[in-house]
Design a protein around this ligand. Sequence first.
Ligand SMILES: [Zn+2]
Length: 374
Amino acid sequence: MAEKKTEARGMWVVRTDLTSPEKITTAIKYAVDNNFNFLVVQVRGRGDAFYNSHFEPRAEALEGQPADFDPLKMYVEEGHKAGLQIFAWLNTHYSWESATLPKSPEHVVNKHPEWLMRTEKNEYTLVGGGETEGAYTCPSNPLVKQHVKNVFLDVVKNYDVDGINFDYVRYPNPEFCFCDGCMSRFKAQMDKEISADKKAELTASKDRLAYTKAFPKEYDQFRRDQITDLVGQIYHGAKKIKPKILVTADVFPGSDDAYNRRFQDWKLWMKTGIMDILMPMAYAEDTEKWKKNVEDEMTARGDRLVYAGLGQWQITAESCIEKIKAGRKLGADGFCLFAYGSATNDGTDDAYLKKIKAAVFQQKTKLPKTPWVK
Ligand SMILES: [Zn+2]
């Protein structure tokens, strides 16, 4: 299948590749040399900032750099000069992953431990394990929503980014969140819908989980609503500041897992127009499985775009090429490799990218149009 004239071709650039000016220069050079046209740069990793934030502490990984080094600013300025679009990638609720606390007292984990997501036993974790990557903030807490919104919109206001990119815009798994705040907010919602008798019975219960046990399906939906509400608030807030900014999200591939286990209702986001570009993290090694991952998004997208993710770090360049060809047949609007660092041996060689260029990225392309963005 011939190359399209418009196709998005990008890479996720993990925050370890934002820690020096030299790394940024190299990433931009490798991207441009190999006919990529956008980069998704991770500027909020664990409740910290690889840019000049008004709301969160500077990332500890930047300690060796001068205080005026601003990785996002440099990516935007140098990337634009080189013809790349730059999307600011922010982890939404995922905030920490170590038993050692962050150094800054201003870090959300230190300043607001009461904002962290809790289990049915009312416990939170700082370290990762199983399906829980570490500490997340509670998605139903109005103060958390306001904070996360402030963080995203701060980037939109102060940087000339082409897009923002949500990651971890979900729950880690169904074991969260059962904090007291979630329990009381869910109770308040259900009390409007249930009979006086049922309300009296549940209110009298000594079990703090009485409502979620009585209404598990409704609690799943309550959780979905929290994520969707935040996405909608940030979408509209960002467009108000910069109407042309693109709002994108890294989502769990396959709507079933996303919807039922992560409470990430991306189908609804596309349908109601609070997402411009869906970027499924389709990291399957097997190409048939990969196609299935992407098909769901293609069906649900409506008039919006899908940039298909590729698990570059665990597949050969040949497999990557096979998937790009398959994705073109499915009508994908673009591709995004996870990740730049693994594709270039940590910024030391672009042999992998050269193979892709030679096979399927021979011509430079423009990013697809987004006619609904006025
Ligand atoms: Zn909670």
